[in-house]
Design a protein around this ligand. Sequence first.
Ligand code: NAD
Length: 338
Amino acid sequence: MFQSMEAARLEALHLAQDPCGLRAIVAIHHTRLGPALGGCRYLSYADEASAIEDAIRLARGMSRKAALAGLPLGGGKAVIIRPPYLGNRAELFEAFGRFIETLAGRYITAVDSGTSSADMDCIANQTSHVTCTTANGDPSAHTALGVFAGIRATAQARLGSDNLEGLRIAIQGLGNVGFALAEQLHAAGAELLVSDLDPGRLQLAIEQFGAQPVAAEALLTTPCDILSPCALGAVLDSRAIAHLRCAAVAGAANNPLLSEDLASELEARGILYAPDYVINAGGLIHAHLSHEGTAPGVIAAQLSRIPQRLTELFAHAQAEKRSPAWVAERMAERMLYD
Ligand code: NAD
């Protein structure tokens, strides 16, 4: 475990259990720039080691996301291992809230895969170090807004125009972010190719946006202009990259590349990659600023900087003959460690 912590330069790893069924992990990656804010996942894992790895990997990404978005925050992430049977969900999240309170503000929790604003309300009964409550709102719509604007910036950089009309955009995952993104892309005139493991969500996208359904296993290799991974992470390995038939990859999923060095394989294939922690920062920006009580107009102005940041990153990468992911990583490292 210490080896993984050292490799990720993780500050601390906290574990807690409670008889109500709670088995929780909080990974705190970095707190020099501010408290570590990051979502809480509530998922089943093959084993405890996978849950810990997930928390560490995601916490590291959160530090980079906050630094590049210019937020006074560090990076952290929580994982609650979903028990096979749960008696009382509210009790579980209240127990998690007591655990967060013991960390004295070094970590602020938020919504992530498997958790909701209602869960955050339960946590808020025990600690103030929580955002994305029903009062703050779910961050997904803001993430989708940022990804939509980021896709336009990516289209401009790779295809020479930010007009999405008639572009074929393949979305993997029509969850909270993917579905809201599909709605905006449809309104902008894009042709949508979509997949989701949930047939109900797929049907809704077909009915509401005239989207073309694609089998989950075929989505990544379907011919399109832009591939938008909006499901889980690590979907692009070397083999998948070799078979991609798109001009760019730009989506909401955290860590869509199995490993960071794969960005150079995308670059070698002429596929422009919008780094995940730059394009999907909208939710974090909203979660932090709403927690601080910032006015909605100021939050909207901060969100609107995402496409500009991407455009600068793409230009920088082109000038340095490097992938945008390589440039983003170096910029984040300087901000975190210099
Ligand atoms: P979600 O759980 O609401 O949706 C994920 C969707 O993907 C589900 O509908 C699921 O059925 C589908 N899915 C899972 N595996 C799939 C597969 N192999 N093929 C097709 N569909 C599949 O999650 P979300 O909140 O929409 O987040 C999506 C991604 O964006 C996640 O990786 C998340 O970490 C990342 N992200 C989310 C936010 C946010 O504000 N919600 C912010 C930053 C990053």
